[in-house]
Design a protein around this ligand. Sequence first.
Ligand code: SAM
Length: 472
Amino acid sequence: MYNPKSHKAEEFICHQEVLDTLEYAKNNKDNLEVVNKILEKARLKKGLTHREAAVLLDCDIPEKVEEIYALAREIKQDYYGNRIVLFAPLYLSNYCVNGCVYCPYHLKNKHIPRKKLTQEEIRQEVTALQDMGHKRLAIESGEDPVNNPIEYILDSIKTIYDVKHKNGSIRRVNVNIAATTVENYKKLHDAGIGTYILFQETYNKESYEKLHPTGPKHNYAYHTEAMDRAMEAGIDDVSLGVLFGLELYRYEFAALLMHAEHLEAAFGVGPHAISVPRIKHADDIDPDTFDNGIDDDTFAKIVACIRIATPYVGMIISTRESKECRERLLSLGVSQISGGSKTSVGGYFKPMPDSEDSAQFDVSDRRPLDEVIKWLMELGYLPSFCTSCYRQGRTGDRFMEICKSQQIHNFCEPNAIMTLKEYLEDYASDETKAVGEKIIQKELQTIKDERIKNIVTENLKKIEQGGRDFKF
Ligand code: SAM
């Protein structure tokens, strides 16, 4: 029985409700009256239900598809302005006891070099990341209670926050580790993490069990209910995602939105962000062996429909995708991207030759961070290294309230400008700095509140004189 308030996976991601949604979408995708009514609601920019969004995703009437894209762009602009937040993944350990068939870390892979960073090696990685200009990391680890117990993750978080190299510091650590207990989530919360990230991989239980044949991750309910436990433990910023390519995308799309609705219904706060990874080649993994791969056009439509259905939710795209693909998705709804990423354990301090590499998947966008920043600015975006919201206590429902009322601009815009200035002073090449100074002047003019504009102008001067970490 479908029940968005239930804490049971099979009730809030009810298989029958997903099937009924797909049927509803199929029956209405050409019904102009229904499609127009949904678009009318979407134009209010307060979001859509999973059923309504599924109709838009299925609809292929050319003029309506154009309307969908135009609306996604408009919502993106309204909620996020030109800002794009930057982060980098940091792989701690690729020891893993699971049997995920799409991931090269699976237990049976005997030839991938296994590596777990020591605390000293983490310091080296973080120093290298700070030297690039990063302020926000997502730590990644395989699941292995012996090699990567929660204590190891907690020690690592502490080490990361403690590294202060030149003007650098990591101000927000997001955590992507396997589903765990309420007790462990409490420990992560106490360690001061930003967002807890966990990809569902697939919401289809039958496929999920086949794709995760062995190991603790095999347990569909435990994995699907992880965000409930995280929220129960006090982590109110959680990030959802599916690995597109594993299952039929329409199924994943509807279920992903049902998961977001569930968090809102059960905890009063939806997900902080949604990631949209696609399966990639990696070591012994060939993405062509999975039947449900999606092309770039379908991918773009998924992103646009997520943006329309959940206007206030951040959307993340990684370097799994190429420069061209990222460029297209940025305008349609993506608000956060990684840059200069390495997906191998220890890849930042000491890049490895391919034969010794422990990479989790191939990276498509291999440009250094400085190039990514310059490219973003040339496209008219304002790269942001801001980490302020969670450090100022704007998390969970407090964040969502500010976001839904679109007041977030008052914080994010000045913070983006000031953190970009820090980046330009400390890390940018001359060329990037020249482009960046112009962007800062242009964006400064968009701050409507004169008082805030004056404070930012003062702070920009102070940053030139060596001051750091100004924030609203
Ligand atoms: N081990 C943790 C867990 O069990 O959820 C999460 C960390 S894992 C390093 C991060 C994510 O990488 C996975 O959730 C999965 O979606 C993604 N991933 C795994 N194999 C991939 C592949 N071949 N291509 C793209 N993404 C992949």
